[in-house]
Design a protein around this ligand. Structure first.
Ligand SMILES: Nc1nc2c(ncn2[C@@H]2O[C@H](COP(=O)(O)OP(=O)(O)OP(=O)(O)O)[C@@H](O)[C@H]2O)c(=O)[nH]1
Ligand SMILES: [Mg+2]
Length: 377
């Protein structure tokens, strides 16, 4: 844990341009800081540099917002070179639009958190941040090429990617399926870089990749920085979308939607198995409820426990089955066939041309062959 929160304040109001919160509350918090020897104040809302400056001037301690807190957590966890570069890039992107104002403010007299900036010239500092962004981007680009080369060398392996919210149990699942011992913890962002392992206990050669988890309220510039990391997992032949089944129904629904949005954004077209993890923590009724009320959002559901090894053999079977999917295209105006395809296969594309549907669909290899054969006769 980085910091133990000592006190929490909530105020509902129109944001004050000078402090974000009202000046009465500023005074109250300043008093608390003095009395309790507080080291840092974290704001849930995003702060402008001048709000931070004014608050630090009153509080005499450093003031950061939620994004900066997240960046610090990322720094603490980033172990690989790539993860560190991604975090630094996210930090610089956050800094860039604020750089000029920050230097200007620091020149008015240093406050906690503004140390050092006063020595810069406004424009020079801005250019320095911009230059560093470009350098990091090209370093990341090189690392990505290197990874692509590695992937090509793995040519004859099928690949499975773990995707899901932070703390859902992705690393636990990687460990359980591969017999590995990667770090697992009940906290967010345990994993910040990508690991690939071989799945044990099946005849086929299948690689499984673990990566950083999603979190809420990630600002767009950070999503961008982490999408490339997530992209590697999403580039697999099959996606295991890992969900914490012990979350509330509303949470599960909300997180599933975000998962799909992200997969959509990186243009992922791979088939998906929805893995409801931590089944040991839920009742049979909850299981039924999830399946019933979230039917629309779920593809290929399976309930497992990575921690207690429940249903993992069935999951391996499902992985094999879903790696054998194949794609077919038919041209038809037969409503029976069209509705059959919509009900029994995954529709990838449906284009209407001269009153005929040209439908591209995905299903098990033998089903695709059967359907194509039936259409031909
Ligand atoms: N009860 C129970 N707990 C589990 C299960 N699987 C994982 N956990 C716990 O859930 C927590 C998170 O597990 P991780 O595997 O680190 O989760 P993650 O998705 O890799 O998290 P990040 O790396 O932060 O994205 C840990 O405390 C695990 O012990 C399970 O099947 N049952
Ligand atoms: Mg993890």
């Amino acid at each position: 844990m980085l910091y133990e929160p000592v006190k929490t304040f909530v105020q509902i109001r129109k944001p004050d341009p000078k402090y974000q919160i009202g000046s009465g509350l500023v005074e109250r918090i300043a008093k608390e800081i003095k009395e309790n020897e507080i080291d840092i104040v974290v704001f849930g809302n995003q702060l402008s540099p001048s709000q931070k400056y004014n608050l630090a001037k009153n509080f005499k301690v450093e003031v950061i917002d939620k994004i900066e807190l997240v960046l610090r957590i990322f720094y603490k966890h980033a172990k690989s070179r790539e993860a560190l570069l991604q975090v630094r890039l996210a930090e610089l992107k956050y800094e860039l639009p604020r750089a000029k104002e920050k230097v200007r403010l620091a020149k008015q007299g240093e406050q906690p958190g503004f140390g050092g900036y006063g020595d810069y010239e406004v424009e020079k500092y801005y250019q320095k941040v911009k230059r560093e962004i470009n350098i990091i981007k090209s370093k990341l680009e090189k690392l990505k090429k290197h990874r692509e080369n590695l992937r090509k060398r793995r040519g004859n392996f099928d690949t499975v990617g773990l995707i899901g919210y932070t703390n859902a149990g992705k690393t636990s699942l990687l460990n359980a399926l591969s017999g590995d011992r990667k770090e697992v913890k009940n906290q967010v962002f345990t994993t910040l870089s990508t690991t690939t392992r071989r799945i044990r206990g099946i005849k086929r050669r299948i690689l499984i990749t673990d990566t950083v988890g999603f979190m809420d309220d990630l600002p767009p510039f950070m999503i961008e920085a982490f999408l490339s990391t997530i992209e590697e997992s999403a580039n697999s032949d099959l996606i295991l979308l890992v969900v914490d089944a012990s979350d509330s129904l509303e949470e599960i629904e909300r997180k599933l939607k975000v998962n799909y949005e992200v997969l959509d954004k990186i243009n992922c077209k791979s088939p998906i198995i929805t893995v409801f993890n931590k089944v040991d923590k839920i009742t049979y009724e909850k299981r039924e409820e999830i399946l019933k009320s979230l039917k629309r959002y779920i593809v290929n559901p399976i309930f497992v426990s990575a921690k207690y090894n429940i249903n993992l053999d069935k999951l391996k079977e499902m992985i094999l089955e879903n790696l054998n999917l194949s794609i077919g295209t038919v041209e038809t105006d037969n409503p029976k066939l069209i509705s059959y395809l919509y009900e029994n296969t995954e529709i990838l594309e449906d284009v209407l041309e001269d009153n005929k549907h040209i439908i591209t669909f995905r299903a098990k290899e033998k089903d695709v062959n059967r359907i194509l054969k039936a259409v031909r006769v």
